[in-house]
Design a protein around this ligand. Structure first.
Ligand code: IMP
Ligand code: MG
Length: 186
């Protein structure tokens, strides 16, 4: 294993690199069958999606395009505020397109509820949501993902793109953060 100055802040590994790799390939295969004739547009929700998106599009070898949107919704380091703002908008016209929206985690649902409506308003023909992690217990908005990597427990997790205050995104697995790290934070 590579050296790390971050492992010590994590309580335990929730999903290993191997588990993630296997599951991402399964999702890629499912999307392949569902979208093989549709020329979909993958839309990653930055920044959390960046590793998942990179692996998912390679696991799904169909003719497609890749786009990103960036949003911010965080009130503090670990909970969404419900006030979702687009900080980097789409650069493509999505009218009539079949979108595959790629998110790191579906938590309160505020972000994806907002984005699903936004994409419909912009004329998308269909909006399919793929999330690596789903925390259904925390849902505040009526929104479901069409494809889910793992249904996660109600704990704060980092790694494989997921952050705490912009850090830990480069941890190669998904780990549970030690609560004292974020609870002692302002
Ligand atoms: P939602 O709007 O509450 O559904 O939250 C979606 C966003 O919150 C995700 O894209 C993540 O960036 C962030 N988030 C939610 N739970 C976690 C977590 O356990 N770790 C890191 N980020 C999280
Ligand atoms: Mg995110």
């Amino acid at each position: 294993m590579a050296k790390s100055t971050m492992d010590q802040d994590l309580l335990r590994v929730l999903y290993s690199e191997e588990q993630i790799r296997t599951r991402v390939q399964e999702l890629g295969d499912e999307l392949f069958e569902a979208f093989r004739d549709k020329n979909p547009l993958f839309v990653g929700v930055l920044k959390g999606c960046f590793l998942f998106m990179a692996d998912l599009v390679r696991a799904c070898q169909i003719k497609s395009e890749v786009e990103f949107i960036a949003v911010s919704s965080y009130g503090n380091g670990y909970e969404s505020s419900g006030n979702v703002q687009i900080t980097r908008d789409l650069q493509y016209d999505i009218t009539g397109r079949d979108l595959i929206v790629v998110e790191d985690i579906l938590d309160s649902g505020n972000t994806l509820y907002f984005l699903a409506q936004y994409f419909k308003t912009k004329g998308a023909r269909s909006v399919t949501i793929v999330t690596l992690l789903d925390k259904p217990e925390r849902r505040e908005k009526p929104i479901k993902a069409d494809y889910i990597g793992f249904t996660a427990p109600n704990e704060f997790v980092v790694g494989y793109g997921l952050d705490f205050k912009q850090q830990y995104r480069n941890v190669p697995y998904i780990g549970v953060m030690k609560p004292e790290i974020y609870e002692n934070d302002d």
